[in-house]
Design a protein around this ligand. Structure first.
Ligand code: SAH
Length: 412
């Protein structure tokens, strides 16, 4: 019979007898758990050697003797010699020290678990009798998938934890473009403060008693002012809630994430930021536009259309090796295009409008700087859209040479 205990190895002596590849795997795990590890092995596998060097692990380069176990709370024996492993196991038994015996067919008084961590929740898998590492691995994988899916009920029930805020980048829309960390923090949240754009479908999966507050801004309508949002985050965190601030794209790209972080820090509220897939890169990508492309564009200038045409933007538009990516630019586009043409930017500079990137309503409208305003109007281009200006927005950029040749009527 086996029982599973949550044991802390933090700062406690763990002795590893043997230095092969099994030992390396376990060593990595014990180091992650901050154990005070001693390795005793005449030889080391390359990976064990590397770990020992990287983490300054003490190593006795010889066969194990009983006195090596002095002070150990846990021993792991994988010497490759089952007689030695059995002897180490027997020493441990007499000394009342738990021992994991990695010899085939043996198991000692303790067993490894395959474990998954999701925030402060830990799930381990092991066998009660016998050993079946492949089955354990399969069960473990399926448990981990559940934890990572964001569908496990990870939310704290006992409300004695300190409140906190997590600013989460939800990406351009599809839930599977969010990070696993984002999914987990959302599953742990007591309160979610959400924008209009981004992966809002995750909100449908929340338990009914999770409070969802929509502060999304439709262009021109500032539903909740920024100070109001900051106050909301701080107030809920101070009430002991785990607050998620869910944003479209990345929190630090035109997401006012910096302001929310400093407001939390000023209020003494713990705050974390989880990066997201920004629309500045991923929405052009959805339309087949790489924002940099060898031999075509070597840098990217990201702008907010509402700020107008700055000298830096004029300079980037003038340089054919720079891609200019405009967010929040649909309404301002005409004025910016006119000013750019007046500043001498060539009228044939390629432009692409990509609306609703990564959603079923995605649409791309191609034009040139000279006619883009009209093209957008007649196509009825609307927010949310990312506007790409520069050579990478050419419709034929990624087409194979023969397709380009066929299109242009030249032999390929
Ligand atoms: N923090 C976000 C940007 C917020 S500003 C990010 O990193 O993506 C909002 C602007 O993002 C919109 O006006 C639009 O230009 C762009 N945007 C966001 N999601 C989009 C999508 N799915 N398709 C097209 N544009 C999008």
């Amino acid at each position: 019979m086996t029982t599973m205990l949550g044991v802390s190895l933090d700062g406690r002596r763990v002795v590893l007898a043997g230095g092969g590849s099994v030992a390396a795997r376990r060593l990595r795990r014990f180091l992650d758990e901050r154990a005070d590890v001693l390795v005793v092995a005449p030889d080391l596998a390359a990976e064990t050697q590397q770990l020992i060097a990287d983490h300054d692990v003490p190593w006795h380069a010889r066969a194990i003797v009983e006195s090596d176990l002095d002070g150990a709370w846990l021993v792991h024996t994988a010497t490759g010699d089952s007689a030695v492993d059995a002897r180490v196991s027997a020493w441990c038994e007499a000394r009342r020290t738990f021992c994991i015996n990695a010899s085939v067919g043996a198991h000692g008084s303790a067993r490894m678990t395959a474990q998954s961590r999701a925030g402060d929740v830990l799930v381990g898998v092991t066998s009660d009798a016998g050993v079946d590492p492949r089955r354990t691995a399969r069960v473990h994988r399926s448990v981990r998938e559940l934890l990572e899916s964001g569908r496990a009920p990870l939310r704290r029930v006992r409300g004695d934890a300190a409140g906190s805020v997590a600013l989460i980048g939800g990406g351009p829309g599809p839930v599977d473009l969010m990070t696993l960390r984002a999914r987990r923090l959302i599953a742990e949240a007591d309160v979610v403060v959400a924008d209009r754009l981004g992966a809002t479908a995750v909100l449908d999966e929340l338990e009914p008693d999770v409070e969802v507050i929509h502060v999304g801004k439709a262009p021109g309508h500032h539903t909740v002012m920024q100070d109001g949002i900051n106050d909301l985050l701080i107030a809920h965190a101070r009430a002991g809630k785990r607050v998620v601030r869910l944003k479209g794209g990345d929190p630090f790209v035109y997401g006012r994430g910096g302001e929310e972080v400093s407001a939390c820090l000023a209020a003494g509220v713990p705050v974390d930021v989880v990066p997201g897939v920004t629309s500045a890169v991923s929405v052009p990508q959805a339309a087949g536009i790489p924002v940099t492309h060898r031999g075509v564009a070597s840098s990217v200038h990201v702008i907010n259309g509402q700020s107008g045409l700055s000298p830096a933007t004029v300079a980037s538009l003038r340089d054919p090796a720079v891609t200019t990516v405009m967010l929040m630019g649909v309404r301002a586009f005409d004025g910016i295009a006119r000013a750019a043409l007046d500043a001498g930017i060539p009228a044939n500079t390629p432009v692409a409008f990509v609306e609703n990137g990564h959603t079923i309503r995605q649409r791309t409208t191609r034009a040139t700087l000279g006619d883009a305003g009209d093209a957008a109007r007649s196509a009825g281009v609307a927010n949310p859209a990312v506007i790409v200006i520069g050579e990478v927005a050419r419709p034929d950029l990624l087409l194979p040479a023969h397709a380009v040749a066929a299109r242009e009527g030249t032999p390929g």
